[in-house]
Design a protein around this ligand. Structure first.
Ligand SMILES: [Zn+2]
Ligand SMILES: [Zn+2]
Length: 371
């Protein structure tokens, strides 16, 4: 199997969460060609679950890849750039899928003793596929739940050959944040007859800056970023509506709860002070990725002894990943895989180094073989 070609073909057809129809049929086609009675292929919404029977199974080892792209207009100028205008595999999930297919091929050709299950999970970027997939597994197909589960994410800032992870918290708790303000708009010359939502939104934006600096324990950590702000319609009408869009990230679920409580009480005070209605929508929420200690130590010490692999103990990051729902439910581990690119994740020019594909499936296969 030519994983570089597969990755490039997948790169051309990025689709967003739960719209991965072409991606799903592409994956089914490739897996279909492996034709083996060891394989059980199950569709779940726009994703796939593939079980490969082992020769004398004592447990089930799981691997998860995400499969969705992002609503970003690609600017790489590559010959295999996205053919879906306005969408791009800008988070490397095309690379993740190619690695999973490479691993699957090895598992079919040279079965492990143990059973293996590979999850091709939709909608990692939102609205979140991990949680509903887990609910489905638990209610409909508990036999497909692995005893331990692994996943990687490409890291553009690390060189190819580096794998990095840590026991315990790896990625943060995250929540989207959408705040809508509604008041009485009107003529710019009659401000006394109106409630100006541009002013109310500006005041709220400034007050939100105090949540992390004044309400979160300095020994703990949190981020509250408002990345987008909009208000009003034209220059001479007092704004009737305004909207703030942002994200909250914390290192504990408790800190997430307390930041949200504080945001809510600031919104109530804006309602009171500016005589308006303020509503909050938290959008997609992800649980922290909490690596199981034992798996993280075993993985790092294994990787240390593999030639040409640099195993690094990484720091926790404020990024989010819906793999957190798996780590909450199962012994699970996620790690960064270096993919040296001058541009970061979610950048329109992200171009991961494809050399990663030449050794990662084999590296994973060998690791699983000795587990
Ligand atoms: Zn992403
Ligand atoms: Zn991603």
């Amino acid at each position: 199997m030519d994983l570089i070609q597969i990755r490039r073909e997948l790169h051309e057809i990025p689709e967003i969460g739960f719209q991965e129809f072409k991606t799903q049929s592409y994956l089914k086609d490739i897996i279909g060609r492996m034709a083996s009675e060891r394989i059980e292929l199950v569709e779940w919404r726009t994703g796939l679950v593939v079980k490969v029977s082992g020769s004398s199974p004592e447990k089930t080892i799981g691997w998860r890849t995400d499969i969705d792209g992002l609503p970003i207009r690609e600017e790489t100028g590559l010959p295999f750039a996205s053919r879906h205008e306005g969408f791009m595999h800008a988070c490397g999930h095309d690379v993740h899928m190619a690695i999973a297919l490479g691993l699957l091929e090895l598992l079919v050709e040279r079965p492990l003793n143990d059973d293996a299950v590979i999850f091709f999970q939709p909608a990692e970027e939102g609205p979140g596929g991990a949680q509903p997939l887990l609910e489905w597994l638990e209610t409909e197909r508990p036999d497909l739940l692995p005893d331990e589960l692994f996943a990687l994410h490409i890291a553009p800032e690390l060189p190819v050959g580096t794998v990095a992870t840590k026991p315990g918290l790896l990625f943060a708790n995250t929540s989207e944040l959408f705040i809508d303000l509604h008041g009485k708009g009107g003529h710019a010359a009659y401000p006394h007859q109106t409630r100006d939502m541009a002013v109310a939104a500006a005041a709220l934006l400034m007050q939100l800056q105090t949540v992390v600096s004044r309400n979160v324990d300095p020994m703990d950590s949190a981020v509250l970023t408002v990345g987008k702000m909009s208000a009003g319609t034209v220059q001479n009408i007092i704004a009737e509506r305004a909207r703030l869009e942002g994200t909250i990230r914390t290192l504990t679920p408790e800190a997430m709860e307390s930041v949200k409580k504080r945001v809510e009480s600031l919104c109530r005070s804006i309602e009171e002070g500016y005589e308006c209605q303020v509503s909050i929508d938290y959008g997609a929420n992800y649980r922290q990725v909490d690596n199981e200690e034992r798996l993280a130590e075993s993985f790092l010490s294994y990787a240390q002894d593999v030639p040409d692999i640099q195993a690094v103990r990484s720091k926790a990051a404020m990024t989010g990943e819906d793999f957190g729902y798996f780590t909450e439910r199962l012994p699970a581990l996620m790690f960064w895989a270096g993919a040296g690119s001058g541009y970061g994740l979610h950048h329109a020019k992200l171009a991961p180094d494809e050399r990663l594909l030449s050794f990662m499936p084999e590296f994973l296969y060998d690791y699983f073989k000795q587990r």
